[in-house]
Design a protein around this ligand. Structure first.
Ligand SMILES: [Zn+2]
Length: 408
């Protein structure tokens, strides 16, 4: 997730510029790919659509021409489980951070109830499977930033009791107990309290998410966690040197512990060319911020949509490079070649980042299945990448929690 106050930071560190788009038609896929895709459980571990849910006028049940996620388009793209991200900027701390997180959790829960014919809240792998069997989309909740616990382990427990199943330890700035990949090191990784947070998350059955955290924090987490961890929305640094992406060594260490890297579709994390262009012209980011604020005032959902339109105009004018969706396949393939198909999944960053051309929304997801089949991947491996690995990891986290006496 990104916010305009962070645009300068984003430009400096290869962060995110919002980009949503009108939906071009999906590319044709084979019947075999279609069948495989729709009989597999497809799970996306990071979507920022929650911000749109805060707008009372936004209807998740209607098909939209902007943004990437709504029920009709999830149905069309065969997206069966989605982690809605609870996000507030890392600069917002204290009790208000907890309060705002609780409000967003409630917004997700309310939407799930409102659309109970299509959606089912899920907190375990078994509940995702049950939702799929009942032809419903599983709704899961992830908290994007440890600042939202306000340095209190009791809030980890409370979030877990409300259905939160992962927490990203930081967003783009450090917390009081963990260093972020896009901030200056303040703690040399994870503090002692940070280690307590990780252990408490293990106990209550919340997946530890290593996206956004500094490399040293990542290794500290791996040494501390008693359960496998995920990178809910990160890509490969060997292909694009954004600090938000994972090095080959990190991906190997994550996999050795049973973890999963969920590939992020953001153009700045997929394409070195885009990242270099973005860094070379930080004035473009500032111009987008100013223009979208002028069009929308303080309305954040509007800013997101307008900024997206402006950025696509810049690409059309040749000011920024055009990134094709097939880069997603390159990152999946790189990670699979490194650690095998058991440790790679999907974490789009839909509705919170700049999607590549051809992956503007969830309707395009079957193209991933088609491309992996064309690359010679087995159906078993593709099913794991689409969601099976996430289910397996959740089961392991649940088992660890039970062992630690944290859950019924
Ligand atoms: Zn993020």
């Amino acid at each position: 997730m990104t916010r305009y106050g962070l645009l300068l930071l984003a430009a400096l560190f290869g962060g995110i510029l919002p980009l949503l788009a009108l939906t071009p038609r999906s590319q044709p896929i084979s019947q075999k790919a279609h069948d495989l895709h729709f009989r597999s459980i497809v799970v996306d571990t990071h979507d920022d659509t929650t911000q749109r849910l805060l707008d009372p006028k936004f209807d998740l049940g209607a098909r939209h021409t902007d943004g990437s996620i709504d029920i009709p388009r999830m149905r069309e793209g065969g997206l069966d489980g989605v982690f809605f991200s609870i996000y507030i900027p890392g600069s917002v701390t204290g009790p208000i951070a907890v309060q705002r997180a609780l409000e967003q959790i409630e917004a997700v829960r309310r939407q799930t109830k409102l659309h109970s014919k299509d959606l089912a809240l899920a907190t375990t792998a078994a509940e995702i499977r049950s939702a799929f069997a009942a032809h419903k989309i599983a709704v899961l909740i992830g908290v994007e930033g440890g600042h939202m616990i306000n340095n209190d382990l009791a809030n980890v427990d409370e979030f877990a009791s409300l259905g939160v199943r992962y927490m990203t330890l930081t967003h783009m700035v450090n917390t009081d107990w963990a260093d972020s990949s896009t901030d200056k090191s303040a703690h040399n990784g994870l503090t002692d309290f940070g280690k307590q947070v990780v252990v408490e998350m293990n106990r209550v059955g919340m997946v530890v998410d290593v996206s956004h955290i500094a490399d040293k924090t990542f290794y500290d987490v791996l040494a501390t966690s008693k359960a496998p961890v995920i990178a809910s929305h990160s890509s490969c640094r060997a292909l694009d040197d954004a600090p938000r992406n994972m090095t080959d060594d990190m991906i190997k260490a994550l996999a050795a512990k049973g973890g999963v890297i969920q590939i992020n579709y953001h153009v700045g994390f997929l394409s070195q060319e885009f990242r270099d262009a973005e860094k070379a012209a930080p004035e473009l980011g500032k111009a987008i911020e100013a223009e979208s604020k002028q069009r929308c005032g303080d309305q954040e959902a509007c800013q997101l949509i307008e900024a997206d339109k402006i950025l696509r105009e810049y690409v059309a004018q040749g000011k920024l490079p055009r990134v094709a969706w097939t880069k997603i396949i390159d990152h999946i393939d790189h990670a699979v070649k490194l650690v095998g198909a058991d440790h790679v999944g999907l974490g789009s960053d839909f509705d919170g980042a700049d999607m590549p051309y051809g992956m503007e929304d969830a309707t395009h997801l079957p193209q991933i299945t088609n491309a992996l089949l064309e690359k010679g991947y087995s159906e078993t491996d593709i099913t794991k990448i689409l969601g099976g690995n996430t289910l397996r990891l959740m089961q392991e986290v649940e088992a660890t929690s039970k062992k630690l006496g944290g859950k019924p």
